[in-house]
Write a protein that binds this ligand. Sequence first.
Ligand SMILES: Nc1ncnc2c1ncn2[C@@H]1O[C@H](COP(=O)(O)OP(=O)(O)O)[C@@H](O)[C@H]1O
Ligand SMILES: [Mg+2]
Length: 244
Amino acid sequence: MLEVEHLDVDYRGVVAVEDVSFRITPGQMIGIIGPNGAGKSTLVKAILGLIPVANGIIRFRNGLIKKQLNAIAYVPQRTQVDWDYPITVLSVVMMARTARTGWFRQPNRKSKEIVKFALERVGMWEFRSRQIGELSGGQQQRVFLARALAQQADLFFFDEPFVGIDRTTEDIMFDVFHELKREGKILILITHDLGETLTKCDSLLLLNKHIIADGSIKEVATTENLQRAYGNNLLFLNREHKSA
Ligand SMILES: Nc1ncnc2c1ncn2[C@@H]1O[C@H](COP(=O)(O)OP(=O)(O)O)[C@@H](O)[C@H]1O
Ligand SMILES: [Mg+2]
């Protein structure tokens, strides 16, 4: 179980996340939704200890999350990754293993098998020698998904995984999410998008600095709640979805 209690995060005194509390049990996928700038990425980075928190408690399996980072996989927002960095697909996924076995040790046979299996799972094994920067958005996203799988984590964070990807990638991602849930993993999915993605989550957290609503999609995705979170952008979002 992941528990977040009364979390506050600010950037140099400017509040980005305010009094956020929630909990997730194994085998569940929760969607964190809210407009751009709502603090979704900030919330996740704070949970992972990548940025400091002003207040709050984060517990994972009754312990401090900081001591269990090996059990946590994080797929950052694509815009926050440097795609010009020269590295092959295989190396990106292998990084998930070296973090476990030690940076200066050669990957063992088991690690190689796990990496191959992960890349095959997302249909990217044939691309293993390619530079990551040469791939399409969807292919890059699948490589990062493979890296998360190779890490054999128990808690997964995906920040805006559906931005700029193709249908094949989306299908593969949902297949994998479904499998991970069946294995009892915890999945946290961040999206600013109000599409059908939401119907696939077990519960939703609607965020705009603080929590505007949480619970089932029926409870959360009411016009009133969405209007409070998205304001005047809501009309535009609705129209976008009908035409999509
Ligand atoms: N490194 C940073 N320094 C200062 N302010 C930031 C930083 N990162 C994000 N912010 C601000 O914090 C707020 C939340 O940002 P973010 O968490 O990226 O939102 P979201 O992921 O929901 O789009 C925004 O107002 C953003 O401008
Ligand atoms: Mg974000």
